[in-house]
Ligand binder design. Structure first.
Ligand SMILES: [Zn+2]
Length: 306
């Protein structure tokens, strides 16, 4: 089991609904419960500005680097600018690149491994602007890095409660990348660029309906015959999330994770898991849901230490 993580993901963004402490707490919980050992953890390097430019415009990257964003840009990003904020999210983007590289490495001892990133899933970032707490689109950048290395066919399974608008926009005209999103239809973002498969659910959707729709979508993902799958395992479809309006239980979310992992492993495809959103009223619920995702990933790697 490889887990990519850095303590620097605990970025100081002041009082905020986005609990950046969750990364530190998920990592600590996985160590405490013996799901991972310190030797399983790989620390990433920051994404290079050149890699970021595979997705983002040079103009946008310059404003992020130099702190010259306009106040309306910052309002859309919904994060305060600071050097630490930029460095933290650049490192997190590097984490997803690292996880993708490890998952698809020809030197990997396990065929088609699952690599978990305790971070990432910043799916609202567009080429020319950030929004919704997402300065850089880490999964899109990592997908472009894999394509540059010759792995062209990629699938992105986005199960955050919010539609992956930035990701859908970025790959709208790239048929090699299959973007699949299940989200709450009447929620942010208002404008949802079309992905390859979008399933917008009604407010209050429960476990059974959700899992049924997911199975349908996973068949389409496998039919795309990807060479790598990225999974955004958002914790915000949870029934007690402050920014979500679906009614999934913690058990339902665990079943969701099992279905995704089983489908991708069944198709013998490397899998990269990122955490994405999670804003439960009690942060420990978000931490428990994310930790459960990684437990499920480990269970399928042969049940080591479980
Ligand atoms: Zn979300």
């Amino acid at each position: 089991m490889i887990v990519v993580y850095s303590p620097k993901y605990h970025i100081n963004i002041g009082p905020h609904v986005f609990p950046t402490e969750k990364y530190r707490r998920v990592h600590a919980r996985l160590l405490e419960t013996g799901v991972i050992q310190p030797s399983d953890v790989v620390e990433p390097e920051p994404a290079s500005w050149d890699d970021l430019a595979r997705v983002h415009t040079l103009e946008y990257l310059a404003t992020m680097r130099d702190g010259t964003m306009l106040s309306e840009d910052l309002a859309q990003l919904e994060l305060p600018w600071s050097r630490d904020m930029v460095d933290g999210f650049r490192l997190m983007t590097g984490g997803t690149i690292t996880a993708a590289g490890l998952a698809t490495s020809p030197k990997s001892q396990i065929p088609n491994p699952v690599v978990c990133h305790i971070g990432g899933g910043l799916h609202h970032a567009f080429p020319n602007h950030g929004e919704g707490f997402c300065p850089f689109n880490d999964v899109a950048v990592a997908a472009r890095v894999l394509q540059a290395r010759g792995l062209e066919r990629i699938a992105i399974v986005d199960l955050d409660v919010h539609h992956g608008n930035g990701t859908a926009f970025i790959f709208e005209s790239d048929p090699r990348v299959f973007t699949f999103s299940i989200h709450q239809q009447h929620n942010y973002p208002i404008w949802k660029p079309r992905g390859s498969l979008d399933i917008g659910l009604a407010d209050g959707t429960d476990d059974a309906t959700y899992l049924c729709e997911l199975e349908r979508g996973l068949s389409a993902v496998v039919a795309h015959t990807p060479q790598c799958v990225f999974y955004l395992a958002g914790a915000d479809p949870y029934e007690d999330d402050q920014l979500g309006g679906l009614r999934l239980t913690a058990a339902g979310l665990r079943q969701r994770d099992r279905l995704v992992i089983a489908a991708v492993r069944g198709a013998a495809v490397p899998l990269v898991i990122t955490l994405a959103g999670g804003y439960a009223r009690h942060v420990e619920d978000t931490v428990a849901i994310h930790a459960a995702t990684i437990e499920e990933a480990l269970r399928t790697e042969g049940g080591r230490r479980m």
